[in-house]
Each structure stands twice: as structure tokens, then as C-alpha cells.
Design a protein around this ligand. Structure first.
Ligand SMILES: C=C(O[C@@H]1C=C(C(=O)O)C=C[C@H]1O)C(=O)O
Length: 280
């Protein structure tokens, strides 16, 4: 019996349709905004992000890291991290899923790009302090009864940030396929500035900023809750998404017909030639 599950016809094309990708980015922005609005009801509670800040039996992790790691352990059992757009913060904790594997179409060039450590650091040390500033200002200080509520809101917020930022790989692949010759030249020249110019769409970025400002204003209506400053979120989310796009593009030619190193390997008759499968 076939033990894997196929996705509907056309899933690959849909995954690389730029308008569909941008629709997914909007949904992820909504998710981030809503979870962050829930989070900022509570004080920053800096203690929960510090190893040893809260005693966790049999663990030296911070309460937040421990809770996130436990969530990833559980979610891996229902194959969350076999999805090509999900990136774990603790890859070592992943288990073999109890569900059958899904045959995801391979649309991305094989890569190991994962900037979750950077995302988590910016979330804890930049996004949260700004978003929870109101609670510090009113000297609400740390409320131990909010520790659990805080991490319960943090995890989905951080996971949505990670998905949104790593979605940059799909954006980059879609752009690469629509202007292959242009990107091949920039990648071969390792022209990072040229790649940044090529992937940047200021009109789309401004739409993201306007949309987020409206959502934060509309949904973060509780006067006691800081109006989340969307600019602060986007000072991080958009640049990190573009960082992932550029990192993905810089390795896009590895092991493909455009890869000079590959050509040397093929020409090198000294050892066995290992065919590198590049996504056409
Ligand atoms: C994601 C894209 O690539 C870039 C990053 C954007 C973002 O992170 O919101 C928006 C436009 C582009 O500058 C895109 O073109 O949609």
C-alpha cells in the first residue's frame, strides 16, 4: 500500500505563483499581528527569556525556550516540520511523525537556510520590549501569573514570524524563474547589492506597511494595550525576508548547469563524478 499522500494537481505551480505567495504573506502578517496583540496584554516578563530565570525541572533552558522546544517535539509528531515552509528552532527535538508523510512538490532548490536564531533574538530583544513598553511604563513589572500566558502567546507569534520570513525562499524562486538570465548574472557575480535591488519591490513593501498600520490600529483598540508600532515589526520582518531571499539566491546555482564549480567537477576525471541534482 502506498504509504505517502499526494497533494492536488497544480500544487507546485501554486507554490510559485507570486500573487499566491503574496496572499500567503498577508495571511501570515495577520497571524503575527493577532498573536502579538494577545501577547502585549501582559508585561514583558524578561525573566522568562533568561536561562535560569524560572526554574524548569530537568532543564537548563529559559521557560520560553523550554516551552517552545516542547511544542516542537509535540508538533513534529503530526509532521509539522516535514512541511517545506516550517522551520524548527530546536531541530534536535524532532520525532518521527505518527502520520503518513506527504509528497510535497520539490519547488525550492535544496538548501539549509534557517535564520531562526536571529529571528528569536530580535523578537525577544527588539520586537517584544517595544510592543510591551506600556506595561513597563506603568511599572506593572513582572506578574508571575502571566508567565504561562506570555509564553503561550510568544510561541505562535514567533512561529508565524519564522514562516513569514522563510517564505522569502518561495518569493526568490518565483523571481528567479521569471527573470532567470538576470539573476544568473547577479548570482555568478555574487552581486549582493544588485540582487537586493532586483528583489526589492517598494510598492509592495509600502502596501505591507499601510496594511499592518491599519490592522494594528483596528484590532489593537484596547487603550490599555500599546498600539503595536507596525513600523517596528516591519523594520525587522521585511529586511529579514529579503535576507532570506538573497541567501537563497546566492546558493541557487550550486550543483546546477550554471555552476562553474560543477563544471570543474565534471571535467575532473580523477575521481567519481557525483551528479548534483539542481532544480531546473
Ligand atoms: C516578499 C517580496 O519581496 C520583497 C520583500 C517584501 C516583504 O518582505 O514584504 C516585499 C516586497 C519585496 O521588496 C515580494 O516581492 O513580495
Amino acid at each position: 500500500m502506498d504509504t505517502t499522500i499526494d497533494l492536488p494537481e497544480g500544487s507546485a505551480a501554486k507554490a510559485l505563483d507570486l500573487s499566491n505567495i503574496r496572499f500567503q504573506l498577508i495571511r501570515l502578517e495577520d497571524t503575527i499581528t493577532f498573536h502579538l496583540i494577545e501577547r502585549v496584554q501582559f508585561p514583558l516578563n524578561a525573566t522568562i527569556y533568561k536561562a535560569g530565570g524560572v526554574r524548569v525541572p530537568y532543564s537548563t533552558l529559559s521557560l520560553f525556550d523550554w516551552f517552545l522546544r516542547e511544542q516542537e517535539h509535540l508538533h513534529s509528531l503530526i509532521r509539522r516540520y516535514q512541511s517545506p515552509d516550517e522551520y524548527p528552532f530546536f531541530p534536535d527535538v524532532l520525532q518521527k511523525p505518527i502520520l503518513q508523510p506527504i509528497n510535497y512538490p520539490r519547488v525550492l532548490h535544496p538548501n539549509e537556510i534557517n535564520i531562526n536564531d536571529k529571528i528569536k533574538d530580535l523578537y525577544i530583544h527588539t520586537i517584544l520590549p517595544a510592543a510591551c513598553a506600556h506595561s513597563e511604563r506603568e511599572e506593572r513589572g513582572e506578574k508571575k501569573e502571566n508567565f504561562g500566558s506570555s509564553v503561550t502567546c510568544d510561541v505562535p507569534t514567533l512561529q508565524a514570524l519564522s514562516r513569514r520570513i522563510h517564505f522569502g525562499k518561495y518569493v526568490a524562486e518565483a523571481k528567479f524563474r521569471s527573470e532567470t538570465e538576470r539573476f544568473v548574472k547577479l548570482i555568478k557575480a555574487k552581486d549582493v547589492k544588485g540582487l537586493d535591488d532586483a528583489i526589492t519591490d517598494t510598492k509592495v513593501e509600502n502596501k505591507v506597511l499601510d496594511r499592518l498600520a491599519l490592522k494594528a490600529k483596528t484590532y489593537g483598540t484596547d487603550p490599555d494595550i500599546a498600539q503595536i508600532d507596525p513600523g517596528k515589526i516591519n523594520d525587522i520582518v521585511i529586511p529579514l525576508t529579503k535576507e532570506v531571499e538573497i541567501a537563497y539566491l546566492l546558493q541557487r546555482l550550486d550543483g546546477t548547469e550554471w555552476d562553474e564549480k560543477e563544471a570543474e567537477r565534471v571535467d575532473d576525471k580523477s575521481g567519481p563524478y557525483v551528479a548534483h541534482v539542481g532544480v531546473p
